[in-house]
Design a protein around this ligand. Structure first.
Ligand SMILES: *Cc1c(COP(=O)(O)O)cnc(C)c1O
Length: 372
C-alpha cells in the first residue's frame, strides 16, 4: 500500500526511542548483570507500576496483546464463568486480533455494528444481539478512544454478563471520573507492540483486573499452567512478558501521561485547523477519554485522497482495509450484513500523529489536507 517514501513518515519509532537510548543502555547493563532473564525483578516491578497506573489490583505481564485477551477468556472458562462455545459480542470493525482471541479460546464471536461516529461498539445495538448463550461483552477502545463503558457495564449487569475490554490502543485513556482503561470492567488486555502508545522494543502484553481469582488463573496458564514450581494445575501456554521488554517499559511508562497529553494537543490542532468538507474529522469531546493512538479521518474517495497524500509526501496507513468478516480466515462470517462496518473500512485513513512530530511538520500536514 505505502511503498512510497514520504517526507513525513506515518510514524518514526527510531526518533521516539532514541530519546531513551542512554537510560536503556544503563538499564541493559544492570539487566545483564542480574543473571535473571525471564520472570525477574523488572517484570515484577513493571506489573506493580502498570497496575497502579491503571488503578487495577493486578497486572499480569504476558507475551503480547492477543495472548492477553485469549488468556482472560480461557481463564474465565477455567473458572466456570464461561462455557466453551458461548457467545462473545464484539465490534465488527475491531482489529482482527480481538476476534482471533475469541476463536482461540473456543468461543463464538458475534460481530455487532459499531457507532459510526465513535467507531466503538454501539451500546444501542448490543441488546439486540444478546442470546441465552451470550456471556461476554468485549468492546475495543478503538484508535485510543474509550468505548461506552458505563453503558456496557449497565447492560452486562442487567443480563449477568462479563465485560472484558481490548485496551491495546488505549493505555492511559480516562473516563469522566478519571478512572483508567484497565480498571473499567472485569478485565482488560493491553499490547506493548512497538507502535502502541506504550510501546516496547519488541512484543509484549498485559492483563489488568481486580478479580483475584482471574489474576491467579491468568498468571498460571500464561506460565504452562503451573500452580507452584513443577506442579501443573492447568493445560497452559508459554506467554510471559519478556524481562528485557519490561526493563524498557518501566522507563517508558514514566512518560506515558506526558506523551498522551502531547497526542491530545496534536489532535486538538488537527481538529481546529483542518477545515475541508471532503475530510471528515474524528469526533472527540476534548476530554481525556481519548489518547489518540491513531488520528483517523474519513474520506468518500479514499483512493484519490491516498494518491494525493503520496504525491504530497505524507505517510498514512489504513486501519483497517478489510473488515474481519471479509477476511479469508473468517469465512464462516462472510455472509454477515454489516453496512456501517463496511463503510468505515472503505473510508478510513490514518494520518501521522505521534510524539516525534515537529511543529512545522504538523503545519505542513494541515496545509496539505486543507488544499485537497
Ligand atoms: C495491537 C492490537 C492487538 C494485538 O496486540 P499484539 O501485541 O500485536 O498481539 C489487539 N487488539 C488491538 C485493538 C490492537 O490494536
Amino acid at each position: 500500500m505505502t511503498d512510497f517514501l514520504p517526507s513525513i513518515p506515518f510514524l518514526n519509532l527510531t526518533k521516539i526511542n532514541r530519546a531513551y537510548d542512554p537510560i536503556f543502555k544503563e538499564r541493559f547493563s544492570d539487566f545483564v548483570q542480574s543473571g535473571v532473564y525471564v520472570k525477574g525483578k523488572a517484570v515484577a516491578d513493571f506489573e506493580r507500576d502498570f497496575a497502579a497506573f491503571c488503578g487495577a489490583q493486578y497486572c499480569i505481564g504476558v507475551g503480547n496483546g492477543l495472548d492477553a485477551l485469549t488468556l482472560i477468556l480461557k481463564g474465565y472458562i477455567i473458572l466456570g464463568a464461561i462455557n466453551p462455545g458461548d457467545e462473545v459480542l464484539v465490534a465488527a470493525n475491531t482489529f482482527i486480533a480481538t476476534i482471533l482471541s475469541i476463536k482461540q479460546a473456543g468461543l463464538t464471536p458475534i460481530l455487532i455494528e459499531p457507532d459510526h461516529v465513535s467507531f466503538t461498539m454501539n451500546p444501542y445495538h448490543v441488546e439486540n444481539y444478546i442470546s441465552d448463550k451470550t456471556r461476554v461483552l468485549l468492546p475495543t477502545h478503538l484508535y485510543g478512544q474509550l468505548a461506552a463503558m458505563t453503558a456496557m457495564n449497565e447492560i452486562a449487569k442487567k443480563h449477568n454478563l462479563l465485560v472484558i475490554s481490548d485496551a491495546a490502543q488505549a493505555h492511559g485513556a480516562k473516563d469522566e471520573h478519571g478512572k483508567m482503561a484497565g480498571s473499567l470492567c472485569d478485565a482488560a488486555s493491553f499490547s506493548f507492540y512497538p507502535t502502541k502508545n506504550l510501546g516496547a522494543l519488541g512484543d509484549g502484553g498485559a492483563v489488568t483486573t481486580s478479580d483475584k481469582k482471574l489474576a491467579e488463573v491468568v498468571r498460571s496458564i500464561g506460565n504452562y499452567g503451573v500452580s507452584s514450581k513443577y506442579k501443573n494445575q492447568y493445560i497452559g501456554v508459554n506467554s510471559r512478558l519478556d524481562e528485557l521488554q519490561a526493563v524498557f517499559l518501566i522507563e517508558k511508562l514514566k512518560n506515558l501521561e506526558r506523551d498522551n497529553n502531547k497526542r491530545r494537543a496534536l489532535a486538538k490542532k488537527y481538529l481546529s485547523l483542518i477545515n475541508n468538507d471532503k475530510i471528515h474529522l474524528p469526533a472527540w469531546d476534548g476530554s481525556e477519554n481519548h489518547v489518540f493512538h491513531l488520528f483517523v479521518v474519513r474520506v468518500a474517495d479514499r483512493k484519490e485522497f491516498c494518491t494525493y497524500l503520496e504525491n504530497s509526501g505524507i505517510g498514512y496507513l489504513i486501519h483497517y482495509p478489510i473488515p474481519p468478516h471479509k477476511q479469508k480466515a473468517l469465512q464462516e462470517l462472510s455472509s454477515l450484513v454489516l453496512p456501517i462496518t463496511e463503510k468505515i473500512h472503505d473510508e478510513v485513513v490514518s494520518i501521522p500523529l505521534h510524539i516525534g512530530l515537529e511543529d512545522q511538520e504538523v503545519m505542513h500536514i494541515i496545509n496539505v489536507l486543507n488544499q485537497y
